[in-house]
Design a protein around this ligand. Structure first.
Ligand SMILES: [Zn+2]
Ligand SMILES: [Zn+2]
Length: 357
């Protein structure tokens, strides 16, 4: 079959090539790929910054944000049929740590997990893959158009889920959520907060007529451009948020965000920043606010199957409340033969996808 691969560790090694067809076992299903979403992780793997091929392989099939359709079902598999739409989870448990053993492979403490398209497991930029049903999510037809966003959605669901779990330390009834960054993760977070009934403010650097602002408004959220504003000044106009989701990709913003939380507020950090930036920060002020406000700052990465399931449920809710909105995140649909165009120059859209079939 055709697949898009990299040689991990080597810069710009991405190319399309013939790879062996995957062989389906009786307890697996075979999935034909429809499309994959592209994100910074794919670009960084192609830059040689991280990623590993499966043991014994030279190449890694890239791609972790996926949507496919079941083509064949193994004899021992129940509850699946050809034609079912499907999104696979990404991380697989290590089998040794207590978190993975209890189904929380997103919290793996041994570091020996594997991830499709990233770490020692082939990804989804291929014509086919095979998988055990326990790692698959069935996609309802009405959300098919944007279901390729389920993997980034699962990251958002985990962050918000953990914010609520952490806040079981007190009586918490959040009313005002702030989302920093209008990329795919930020806009998905805004959609989830709106679905939970929070007043939501998306903060970005793009102008107020940008597509990101339009999508925010369509979700019933407000949008504020901070191109000429300091973030710590914003709550004086808007009020102090109960929950802040940080998804800008800038560590400078993370520390500014520690100055804007309301009483008992929570700041959830979702950006992976790979740089070595140094910066001066008002550390006494930040510490004083965190202590006197009983505030929480936490980092969150990846997601477990429970969060994928939450994402499917919220997709249905969001599509009913604000039909067609999430499809607008998919701004660049690229035929997969033309993948190099995105890896050479990422362009200005919100989410790019490779269309496989
Ligand atoms: Zn991604
Ligand atoms: Zn583990």
């Amino acid at each position: 079959m055709k697949a898009i691969v990299v040689r991990p560790g080597e810069r710009d090694s991405i190319h399309m090539r013939d790879m062996p067809d995957p062989k389906m076992k009786p307890d697996q299903v075979a999935v034909k790929m429809l499309r994959v979403g592209l994100c910074g992780t794919d670009a960084e793997i192609n830059h040689g910054l991280y990623g590993k091929p499966p043991d014994g392989d030279e190449f890694l099939i890239l791609g972790h944000e996926n949507l496919g359709v079941v083509e064949d079902v193994g004899k021992k598999v129940k509850g699946w049929k050809a034609g079912d739409l499907v999104v696979s989870t990404v991380r697989r448990p290590c089998g040794v740590c207590p978190q993975c053993k209890s189904g929380e492979n997103d919290m793996c403490s041994s570091g020996q997990y594997t991830e499709r398209g990233i770490m020692r497991r082939h990804g989804f930029m291929a014509q086919y893959y095979v998988e055990s049903p326990q790692f698959l999510n069935k996609i309802p037809k009405p959300v098919r158009d944007f279901a390729v966003l389920l993997e980034p959605m699962s990251v958002v669901e985990k962050g918000i889920d953990h914010a609520f779990l952490l806040q079981r330390r007190t009586t918490w009834k959040p009313k005002f959520g702030m989302v920093l960054g209008g990329g795919p993760v930020g806009l998905l977070a805004a959609a989830v907060l709106r679905a939970r009934g929070l007043r939501t403010l998306v903060i970005g650097r793009e102008e107020a007529n940008d597509l990101r602002a339009q999508i925010s408004k369509q979700l019933g959220a407000q949008y504020l451009c901070v191109a000429n504003k300091a973030l710590p000044d914003v709550p004086k106009e808007t009020g102090y948020p109960d929950l802040v989701i940080e998804a800008t990709g800038s560590a400078k913003v993370v520390f500014d965000a520690m100055e804007i939380l309301g009483p008992n507020g929570v700041l959830c950090l979702l950006s992976v920043t790979g740089g070595q930036t140094q910066n001066q920060e008002p550390i006494d002020l930040i510490n004083q606010r965190l202590v006197l406000g009983n505030q929480v700052v936490f980092g969150s990465v990846n997601a477990n199957p429970r969060h994928f399931a939450m994402g499917v449920k919220d997709f249905v809710t969001i599509d009913k409340k604000w039909p067609g909105t999430l499809s607008r995140l998919l701004t660049n649909r690229i035929p997969w033969q033309d993948h190099k165009s995105w890896f050479n120059e990422r362009g200005s859209g919100i989410k790019s996808t490779l269309e496989i079939s």
